[in-house]
Design a protein around this ligand. Structure first.
Ligand code: PLP
Length: 386
């Protein structure tokens, strides 16, 4: 098959499996409401868990940052792209999360790739939860280290693998809150197993940071665990984008020498770092937002339960409704749209085959009436749900 034949074949396969992906064009941002083709929908597909993407203080900080620094960083942080705005944010993140150092990355995807690529060598082993995010899995597959996957959230399964592990260094990889199921990892047990085997633990807390723990410090804080490597991302509760890796002094210096995503890539705009510093303040002082989010989660779960739907074990902002077949999940999302509700159908390969789902995400920006509207719309689609 030449390139063109390969491409046509791959597209046809995706279409026939009901797994073809296309993008929608949002005419506003992706906050509580979304405007598509001139129609407004209540948005239950955004990761803006605290509603900070539209926070005035964050927007002002970005604007003032742009006035001071310009709109781009104009280079890698290793050349002239690392400013006082970046340095201040790194210091504040490290102090907030209780680590000696924080290093900024342009995205969570880049941070995960960089950490695994820089640390893991031939002869080493990566032990990853089976449901780890694509960015972690892809980095692990591409790594010269051996990848072994343990059963989702099962420390016993990890222990068995660790006991039969190889000679080299070992890295255990998991998430604070899993992006498609919304459940949390048993971090204390996983850390204990890792320490026993002399392995390091890397936790990607993309969906837990800002939501769980004291002052929103995330899943690790909530579970009183301090992994050797903590990745936090800013595209969810922080309402922006970007990421940081929290680590020791020497590990940070090592990444500055060897993490190619830092060295050979333009750093985030300084104005974004200013906005992130403002968002960090809002997250730290965001108990009211967290309590509103929690209230919304409880209301939705109660309502889903009343509708007779099976709930996932999730207290997070991610509340999936498992449908099964791809087409049924797509039909459900379409029917909700007809009632002014936007909730995305997530299909394999993002989730395991046969578990296509409606991935409902909640935000502190949603009101009780918003949740009721979603529940009424779901009630009206009951024939698909059962
Ligand atoms: C668990 C997890 N890690 C990492 C990422 C990637 O982060 P980013 O969007 O900042 O690239 C995502 C999704 O966006 C995620 O869900």
């Amino acid at each position: 098959m030449n390139f063109q034949q390969h491409i046509e074949h791959a597209l046809a396969e995706r279409r026939s499996a009901g797994a073809y992906r296309s993008r929608i064009v949002s005419e506003t941002g992706s906050g509580r409401e979304i405007l598509v083709n001139g129609r407004s929908y209540l948005n239950f597909s955004s990761n803006d868990y605290l509603g900070l993407s539209r926070d005035k203080s964050v927007i002002n900080a970005w604007q003032q940052g742009a006035e001071r620094y310009g709109v781009g960083s104009a280079g890698s942080g290793h050349v002239t792209g690392f400013t006082t705005a970046h340095a201040e944010l790194e210091q504040q993140l490290a102090a907030w999360l209780g680590y000696p150092r924080a290093l900024l990355f342009i995205s969570g995807y880049a941070a995960n790739q960089a950490v695994i690529a820089a640390l893991m060598q031939k002869g080493d082993s990566i032990f990853a939860d089976k449901l780890s995010h694509a960015s972690l899995m892809e980095a692990s597959i591409q790594s010269p280290a051996t990848l072994r996957r343990f059963q989702h959230n099962q420390p016993d399964s990890l222990e068995k693998l660790l006991n039969s592990g190889g000679e080299g260094r070992a890295l255990v990889v998991t998430e604070g809150v899993f992006s498609m199921d919304g459940d949390s990892a048993p971090l204390a047990d996983l850390h204990q197993q890792s320490q026993r085997a002399g392995a390091w633990l890397m936790v990607d807390d993309a969906h837990g940071i800002g939501v769980y723990g004291e002052q929103g410090r995330g899943t690790c804080d909530a579970q009183k665990v301090k992994p050797e490597l903590l990745v936090v991302t800013f595209g969810k509760a922080f309402g922006l984008s970007g990421a940081a890796v929290l680590c020791s002094e020497s590990v940070a210096e090592y990444f500055i020498q060897f993490a190619r995503h830092l060295i050979y890539s333009t750093s985030m705009p300084p104005a974004q770092a200013c906005a992130l510093t403002a968002a960090l303040r809002r997250v730290r002082e965001g108990d009211e937002l967290r309590s509103q989010l929690n209230h919304n989660v409880l209301q939705l779960r109660q309502g889903l339960n009343d509708l007779g739907l099976t709930l996932m074990e999730s207290s997070s902002a991610i509340q999936p409704v498992i449908i099964g077949e791809n087409q049924a999940a797509l039909d459900l999302a379409q029917q909700l749209r007809e009632q002014g509700i936007w909730a995305s159908a997530i299909r394999p390969p993002t989730v395991p085959p046969g578990t296509a789902r409606l991935r409902i995400t909640l935000s502190a920006a949603h009101s009780a009436q918003d949740i009721n509207r979603l529940l009424e719309a779901l009630h009206a689609t009951a024939h698909i749900l059962r």
